[in-house]
Structures are given as structure tokens and as C-alpha cells.
Design a protein around this ligand. Structure first.
Ligand code: NAP
Ligand code: ZN
Length: 349
């Protein structure tokens, strides 16, 4: 066993505490890598606070992981010690169903997707995530971080980048398309950058105009406050594609109102309570309401390469292990620009 230092919570309300966890020695096709940076995704918070369902405690969250390979198993062909690597939201799947074979392991039809934390791995143990100094993962579930991307700003791409890249590509964001990103937090600020780099005309819908300058800098052409009724009225039937990254329950009918005839509203936010939508808002003008969950491994690699090529990265605030508890409250208050990233070098201080 390999010891790693980690930060864990022991209940829905407990603060993060430093703990020592054990990672397995790499099996023949597994890679042990040193985690350098881990992003804080809002999903970590929903999970730690038991907002979706009861979690298993102690819980070590973190699925935006960037690091450097320490050791490889005897049959590993894809990586070698010293390689810069990343792991996102899942670490295993059945590998055999149509979806896994198509590179969409996150939709494994055998329901064998093993999430990076709070899931049961093939060894029968609960998985533990990236707020730790090392992790052992099967080589097929690891991405390569391009040299052009620094590890700290690359970490959030493993979830936030992938989660926005997948629906933007699937639903055709590109030249001549009007795309709206709803909510400019961790996911949203990557969505703006990626949609703009794909060639779309991008609009941000945020609660206020306080982040407008940043939104325009990220590549948006327009930025509106959802609290401004006149601006919202002017946006009726405007967008080919909208992606909602909102972490709270919001009014889907009003967003659908901004979609063009036959256009698409993709929801990726995962609030605690169900979203409601009226049949009228959906049927009126043949609109499509869709969902999406991260991207597969191949698509996540494609996204990392795309970001490197286009000079895109997360805008981050680096914190130490002792700051995680406070950072959670700030994320919930929408007080982060735009991703907290934990520097694991602070763990052994
Ligand atoms: P985040 O950084 O907290 O961003 C969420 C944004 O939503 C906030 O910045 C805010 O944007 C907006 N928002 C928050 N409360 C709101 C409210 N009451 N009304 C309207 N807008 C509100 O969170 P994140 O890490 O980007 O994650 C966003 C959501 O996506 C979470 O629910 C997370 O669990 C989920 N998620 C889903 C996937 C997937 O695969 N589907 C992957 C990762 C995360 P403004 O300040 O601009 O208004
Ligand atoms: Zn995430």
C-alpha cells in the first residue's frame, strides 16, 4: 500500500480535516501518480453536504486532478514516470458495453461507471478523490496534459472543461451559431471560452453584471443580467443553443423562452431539487431540452488538446488544504473567480 495525505470530511456539516489514506500499489495496467493540483467542483460540495443522496464518510472529494506519474504497472503502455497526467470524474467502467466501446464511458449501460470518489471500485472499496497527494488509476481512464498547459490551470479542465466541451460539440456550437451560457462559475467560464474558440457568438446570462468584464475577456460578445427584465424580454427566441450551468433550481421555462424555433437548451447543472418545465414551454416552437454528463476519456483528451491549441485554461485561485472548508462557502455564494484549485504541496507543511 502507498500512503497519501488527504483532506476529508466526516459528515455533511464537518470541516475538512487532514487524514492519511492508502492507495493500492499499481496493478499491471495501473498508474500511480503524484497529485499536484485538484480543482473544487460544485459537485464536490453537493456530495460532501449530502445534497444529492447520503454520501459515504469519511469522504475525500475531488475529480479535477492533475499530477505527475510516479510509478507504472508492468503492462502499462500509455504512460511512463514523469508524464503529466489528469483524471476527471470517473476511474473505471465495464469497458464492454456499446457506450464504453464508443468512448462514452460516463454513460456505461451496465451502470459500471466508477466515479472518482464516493463510488465502489472493482476492489470493493470506496473510491477517494483528488484532495490527496497520490492516486492509483487504470491507464485507460487517464488523460495526458499537453505541455502547453500548466498543471494548476489544467486541473479544472478535467471536469469543468469536459462538461462544457461535450454538449457544445454535440449540439453544434460553431460559426454562425448563437450560444448562451447560463451562470458564469467554474463550468460557465470554461463554456464561454470553449464556445467562443469554436467560433460561436457567445452570450452570458448571469445573475448580475458584476463579472461582465471577465465574460467579455473570456470571449463573450454579449453579457446580460437575468435580473434585468428589459434585457430578458429582448432575448426572446434568440439562441440556437443554451447551456445552463446553474447549481440551484431555476426557472427552465424562462430559459426556453430565449431558444429559437427547434433550438436546444442543455442542462448540466445538478441542483438538489428537481427542475420543472412546462409542456407548453417545451412544445411551443419545437424546442429541445437535453442533459449531459461530462465527456468520455477520448473526448476529454480532445478537449485538453483543443484548450492547449487555443490557449484556453481555467482562471483559478490557488488555496491550501486548510482553506477548503472556507472555499466551499465562497463557491456556494458565487464568490470565486472562477475555480478554487488546491495545491497539494501545502498538505505536508
Ligand atoms: P459554480 O462555480 O458554483 O457555478 C454555478 C453558477 O451558477 C454560479 O457561478 C452562478 O453564476 C449560478 N448560480 C448559482 N446560484 C444561482 C441561483 N440561485 N440562480 C441563478 N444562478 C445561480 O458551480 P460549477 O462547479 O460550475 O457547477 C455548476 C453545476 O453543475 C453544479 O450543480 C454542479 O454539480 C454541476 N456539474 C454537472 C456536471 C455534469 O457532468 N453535468 C459536471 C460538473 C458539475 P452567476 O454568478 O454567473 O449568476
Ligand atoms: Zn465536477
Amino acid at each position: 500500500m502507498v500512503k497519501a495525505t488527504a483532506y476529508a470530511v466526516s459528515s455533511t456539516t464537518a470541516p475538512f480535516e487532514k487524514v492519511v489514506i492508502e492507495r493500492r500499489e499499481p496493478g499491471p495496467t495501473e498508474v500511480l501518480f503524484d497529485i499536484k493540483f485538484a480543482g473544487i467542483c460544485h459537485s464536490d460540495i453537493h456530495t460532501a453536504r449530502g445534497e444529492w443522496s447520503p454520501a459515504t464518510y469519511p469522504l475525500v472529494p475531488g475529480h479535477e486532478i492533475a499530477g505527475v506519474v510516479r510509478e507504472i504497472g508492468s503492462a502499462v503502455t500509455k504512460f511512463k514516470p514523469g508524464d503529466r497526467v489528469g483524471v476527471g470524474c470517473f476511474v473505471d467502467s465495464c469497458g464492454d458495453c456499446d457506450e464504453c466501446r464508443a468512448g462514452e464511458e460516463q454513460y456505461c449501460t451496465n451502470d459500471d461507471t466508477v466515479w472518482t470518489y464516493d463510488s465502489i471500485g472493482r476492489d470493493g472499496k470506496s473510491t477517494e478523490g483528488g484532495y490527496s497527494t497520490a492516486i492509483t488509476v487504470e491507464q485507460d481512464y487517464i488523460c495526458r496534459i499537453p505541455d502547453a498547459l500548466k498543471l494548476d490551470v489544467a486541473a479544472p479542465l478535467l471536469c469543468a472543461g469536459s462538461t462544457l466541451y461535450a454538449p457544445l460539440k454535440r449540439w453544434g456550437a460553431g460559426l454562425g451559431k448563437k450560444v448562451a451560457i447560463i451562470g458564469m462559475g467554474g463550468l460557465g467560464h470554461m463554456g464561454v471560452q470553449i464556445a467562443a474558440a469554436l467560433g460561436a457568438e457567445v452570450t452570458v446570462l448571469s445573475q448580475t453584471l458584476s463579472k461582465k468584464d471577465d465574460g467579455l475577456k473570456f470571449g463573450a460578445s454579449h453579457y446580460y443580467a437575468t435580473s434585468d427584465p428589459a434585457a430578458m424580454t429582448s432575448l426572446r427566441a434568440t439562441f440556437d443553443l443554451m447551456v445552463s450551468t446553474v447549481s440551484a433550481t431555476t426557472d427552465m421555462d424562462s430559459y426556453l423562452d430565449f431558444v429559437k424555433v427547434g433550438g436546444v437548451l442543455v442542462n448540466v447543472g445538478l441542483p438538489e431539487d428537481p427542475l420543472t418545465v412546462s409542456a407548453e414551454a417545451l412544445g411551443d416552437k419545437r424546442k429541445i431540452l437535453a442533459g449531459s454528463t461530462i465527456g468520455g476519456i477520448a473526448e476529454t483528451q480532445e478537449m485538453l488538446d483543443f484548450c492547449a491549441e487555443h490557449g484556453l485554461a481555467a482562471q483559478i485561485e490557488i488555496i491550501g488544504g486548510e482553506d477548503i472548508t472556507k472555499a466551499y462557502d465562497r463557491v456556494v455564494d458565487s464568490d470565486v473567480k472562477y475555480r478554487f484549485v488546491i495545491d497539494t504541496a501545502t498538505f505536508d507543511a
